[in-house]
Structures are given as C-alpha cells and as structure tokens.
Design a protein around this ligand. Sequence first.
Ligand code: ZN
Length: 59
Amino acid sequence: MKTINCREAGFDCDYVVKGETEEEVMKNGGEHAMKVHGMKEEDLTPEMTQKIRGLIRSS
Ligand SMILES: [Zn+2]
C-alpha cells in the first residue's frame, strides 16, 4: 500500500491518499486535490508532481 499525507503536500487537511501502486496513489491524490482543494488540472505541474511523488510512503 502506498500513501501520501495530504498535510505534507502543503494542505491543511488530515486526509491520507491511498493506492496500491505509485501511479494509483498519484492519480487518487490528483482527484482529491481537485475535488476537495479546488486545484485544477493545470495546477498539477511537473514540479508539483515531482514534489508529491517524493512524499509517497510504502507500507
Ligand atoms: Zn486534502
């Protein structure tokens, strides 16, 4: 299981994004950020994606 703590991504949010794979957790994280935090597709820049990818934890 891969997880990302939304708070570590810079949001004031206790949500933990989960996925079976790195790709899945990134996809779920993108959906969460857009739905809950009002981010747009164009806000998910390569830099942002890179930063978020570095926050992924494996368990
Ligand atoms: Zn969040």
